[in-house]
Write a protein that binds this ligand. Structure first.
Ligand code: C2O
Ligand code: CU
Length: 550
């Protein structure tokens, strides 16, 4: 294995999208940020210099970071923020990951513009478990706000209301030519007929599950969340915030004078919460046959037919096809003998208003909140990892509840109002080193129902099953896939439904778990796993020098 070194300079840069020029936070002036390249098992060292004017941290999404929570990045979970003018060296230890991951800021709403790809190739001498692609094409899906999103966040923190939605979805930082002032920048991928391309697709957005497809072409999914999958071919993929998809595209369209040499790639929102008004327009990029005659390249590109904005069936049908490759070189190892059975309910709630006049912008004049097992996670003002390491009391409590304190009327859109309220707390779950943990996530649809992309730091987990309605303890476990379940870091818990994950807690440290919809996480749809040290070789690393102080 090899060491790689990157310098990340966090700084303000001017960007123009949708006819608006504004200053955004970037890494090295780039949006999306620079791509990190490595091979399986390598170590990547990133020096982050904060030349911006606000506190920030960076997270390496989907990297297990064995025994090294110090470099994981979530603010006030594993570190204090890097203050303006300060710097921090992150050590990213790659182990089993192979494929596409990404990095992003993990403080406030900074990840809106501070994000980029991590591309992990097979070890030297090893091949992809599929036909070698001619080239790789990055497809980073995200969002653009005309406003300063951290100002919107500040306002929402005052009023207890929602952060307004973005002004466009984007592909590689561009809304595409269906939007005003967006012609010139539209991302173009040049292909040659007869060749195969590997699309590395990342949903770096804050708020939307997205359908993504390419007109006139099908996509063969070969990986997700930096693990290989059994190949399957689809017209479009569905990708939730936090997830990645590796897909092969055959540039197999005949190229002659009469055919079209250009095809739209498009990303459209799946709005599982129909109470939220989403912008119905679609981000586009263009796949362009470089060997097509000029006439064919001049025409208007064909448009892919994507599912409707509320087509939950299309999303479920896609997700149900995900399976681990389960080959000799990439085996599946689903842990058996579960030590910790957890049921975690997911809800959007309210908490009492705290403004001076006692009226907030959330429902019932209260503050919007969100919870796991009816606890709305409260971010402490010093980091939990340091408190745990130094045995500092009073930063967090270890009584994350096993079961909700009352029985939710699952999947009912008309829950009695008193159940809308929840309590805030910094409650963590402590597990023994090596324990096998199984979590059933149950959506409750307390306040509006939608999918929730639940993300766990420090681990990849097997997704054993998903379903609609209430999880049934007697019948649903019999439907689990224990043969070739996908190994992921972010699972989409279906609206008014459940999903079950399982992992072995063989990574000592402090690991955040949260919904990857940014406003849900901000409202408290989070918790923390503290995994205790094991024997000699299974202890957390010592605190490295240079960690920021709060
Ligand atoms: Cu993509 Cu807590 O992270
Ligand atoms: Cu959520």
């Amino acid at each position: 294995s090899k060491n790689h070194h990157y310098d990340f300079f966090i700084k303000e840069s001017n960007y123009t999208r949708l006819c608006h020029e504004k200053t955004i936070l970037t890494v090295n002036g780039q949006f999306p940020g620079p791509t990190i390249y490595a091979r399986k098992g390598d170590v990547v060292v990133v020096n982050v210099y904060n030349q911006g004017d606000k506190n920030i941290t960076i997270h390496w999404h989907g990297v297990d970071q064995p025994r090294n929570p110090w470099s994981d990045g979530p603010v006030y979970i594993t570190q204090c923020p890097i203050q303006p003018g300060a710097n921090l060296t992150y050590t990213i230890i790659l182990s089993e990951e192979e494929g596409t991951l990404w990095w992003h800021a993990h403080s406030d709403y900074d990840r809106t513009t501070v994000h980029g790809a991590i591309v992990i190739h097979p070890k030297l001498g090893n091949a992809f478990p599929f036909k070698k692609p001619h080239k790789e094409i990055p497809v980073i899906l995200s969002e653009w706000w005309n406003a300063d999103v951290n100002l919107l966040l500040e306002e929402a923190r005052k009023t207890g209301g929602d952060v307004s939605i973005s002004d466009a979805n984007t592909i590689n930082g561009q809304p595409g030519d269906l939007f005003p002032c967006s012609n010139n920048g539209t991302f173009k991928a040049a292909v040659e007929s007869g060749k195969t391309y590997l699309l590395r697709i990342i949903n770096a957005g804050l708020a939307n599950d997205l359908f993504f497809g390419v007109a006139g072409h099908r996509l063969t999914v070969v990986g997700t969340d930096a693990r290989y999958t059994k190949p399957f071919t689809v017209d479009q993929i569905l990708i939730s915030p936090g997830q990645t998809v590796d897909a092969l595209l055959e540039a197999d369209r005949a190229v002659n004078g009469s055919s079209n040499g250009r095809y739209y790639m498009a990303a459209r929102t799946l709005a599982s919460n129909t109470n939220i008004e989403f912008d119905n327009t679609t981000a586009t990029a263009i796949l362009e046959y470089a060997d097509a005659p000029p006439a064919a390249r001049a025409g208007r590109p064909d448009f892919p037919s994507l599912p409707a904005i509320d087509d939950l069936n299309a999303s479920t049908a896609y997700t149900a096809q995900l399976r681990s490759l389960a080959s000799e070189a990439h085996p599946v190892d689903v842990p058996t003998d579960v030590d910790e059975h957890m049921l975690i309910t997911i809800a959007v709630n309210v908490v009492p208003c705290t403004t001076g006049n006692g009226t907030c912008e959330g429902p019932l004049g209260a503050r919007l909140a969100a919870s796991l097992n009816n606890v709305s996670f409260h971010l402490p003002s010093v980091d939990i990892l340091d408190a745990y390491y130094g045995s500092v009391r009073g930063v967090y409590e270890t009584d994350f509840p096993d079961m909700p304190p009352f029985v939710f009327n699952f999947t009912d859109d008309n829950v009695p109002m008193e159940r809308w309220f929840t309590k805030r707390g910094t409650k963590v779950k402590v597990v023994e080193y090596g324990a096998v943990v199984e979590v059933v996530f149950q959506d409750t649809a307390i306040l509006g129902a939608e999918n929730h992309p639940m993300h766990l730091h420090g681990f990849n987990f097997y997704v054993l099953g998903r379903g609609l309605g209430n999880f049934n303890h007697t019948t649903d476990p019999a439907t689990y896939n224990l043969i070739d379940p996908p190994l992921q870091n972010t699972v989409t818990v279906p609206k008014s439904g459940w999903a079950t994950i399982r992992f072995r807690a063989a990574n000592p440290g402090v690991w955040f778990m949260h919904c990857h919809f940014e406003r849900h996480s901000e409202w408290g749809m989070d918790t923390v796993f503290i995994v205790k040290d094991g024997k000699t070789q299974a202890k957390m690393m010592r605190r490295p020098p240079g960690m920021p102080r709060c």
